[in-house]
Design a protein around this ligand. Sequence first.
Ligand code: AMP
Length: 615
Amino acid sequence: MTPPAPADTPAPGAQHGGVIRKNLATLPVRPHWRADAPAPATFSWSSMRERLAGLPGGGLNIGFEALDRPVRQGRGEHVALHWLGANAGAGAERAGLAGLDERRITYDELRRLANRFASAITRLGLARGDRLFVLAPRLPELYVAILGALKAGVVVSPLFSAFGPEPIATRMNLGEGRALVTTPGLFARKVAPVRAQIPTLSHVLLIDDGSGPGPAGTHDLGALLREAGEAGENFECAATRPEDLALLHFTSGTTGRPKGAMHVHGAVVTHYATGLYALDLHPEDVFWCTADPGWVTGMSYGVIAPLLHGVTMIVDEAEFDPERWYRILQEHEVSVWYTAPTAIRMLMKAGIALAQRFVHPKLRFVASVGEPLNPEAVAWGLQALGLPIHDNWWQTETGGIMVANAPAFDIKPGSMGRPLPGVEAAIVERLAGGDVRLIDTPGTQGELALKRGWPSMFRGYLHEDERYRKCFAGEWYLTGDLVRRDADGHYWFVGRADDVIKSAGHLIGPFEVESVLMEHPAVVEAGVIGKPDALLGETVKAFVALRPGFEAGEALMRELMAHARKRLGAAVAPKEIAFAAALPHTRSGKIMRRLLKARELGLPEGDTSTMEGAA
Ligand code: AMP
């Protein structure tokens, strides 16, 4: 099956003002694929693979490609990681890596530190295939741990530091985490209360955050790195194969537990290729990906892809602050910036006057991912930064950017762009029996599907083969996103085909939130929906039905909010809770979230024939 060819009808982009044509006289952008990248027509994944170093005998290791390859290419003294501490300028000593609050770590230093980490965990007894979780702020040690573990052949699974104890324990148990790298503060607040529920967890490595020695049963990461010594710097990279598991990224579905999307070392070929084609990374670039490595974007593009291209990457420990962000872009001469729609909307909210206090002469490419990027945000980029913003699309399961407003294309504001070289996309309709029908009429809505074969495709959901199999119909991976394609081949995001919620870029599974609410003695049932929000995309709203004897009211609502926040963390907990006498169900007993949402938004209720009690 080949994807349908685009036919000739007006582009939906027209409704948003059509294509933004770059003004080449004023904008320092490249109007074509970079000169040293093969033209898309001659693109092949194997030619991308050949650009990487590889290991003897056909092996491949992400950590090796990210660190050893650039060093071998003579970039050892180039700054790999320019770290800005949350208190940058305060000059506080950090014992672990003996640095200041602003640190520049070269490729060779990072390689040596990662090697020390790899030897330290090997000495602790971690073996290839074991899982190491990371739960930390964006500190240099986080990057050392990720890259070191990858070099040791240990599988890395990142957690958001905004998660509460419940999501952490759930994911570590599903992933059978043997080791965890975190800080004493996060350990005390979020892991210690649930440690007994994670029986596989043998080693907790604490990053020194200045709060004093860690509790019994933990290791001091700084001490482990020192003990690894110079000998540890010669760690020999594990002989991983391209199909060996490298990363485990948890993502949320509509029902059931979070899903552990498994990614292999061979994914590095996609990271490399998309760094070329979607982000236009060049070795002289200063690149800033604002995503946290707790999220797949912060891993693929906040750690791996930039290092593969030998750039200097900015890592900012601090949370979002409009003025700080403009200052970073200006003072650190960021040339390529990869951020998210929620952040852009928050910058827009902070006002154009603030933006215009700063100049960004070196900035030449700005991209965004994670949620739909409003056309106004694309235009705002031109006004505030002198550059339009290039939206691109992908998801945890794809491991890398698939559809993009690449530098080589004109932007259609509001569109997610076109498939990158090596990516075959189509729009499909699911049929009974698990097959799909390709939809090739421009403008018709359907589910986005991608043809198997790109290197960073997830290789399974951990321990959930059936769930994995259901994501495929023949050669097509079904993304769960509803889209339209216009006559020019640009894709337009319509919405999710399921009930998952996207809030400030975080994918939130309603089931996980409902389960925690139902742990509260007052709650008999909960239904959770995403409510449109101009800033965050969506916010989490919960409807709860109470057990007899409990009274709906302000006090109980506050109690439920606090319960959810404590167990789930602020990023996942509902922002709003409403009491309901009863929740709508299907005949098979499932809560009809779609109906809750329609009622909340005053939309037509649609087909309610499957509803319990319906005629
Ligand atoms: P995650 O797996 O957490 O990265 O979330 C992936 C989901 O985010 C996708 O399936 C989409 O629903 C949404 N998403 C990602 N990028 C975009 C985009 N550029 N436009 C619209 N939605 C997006």
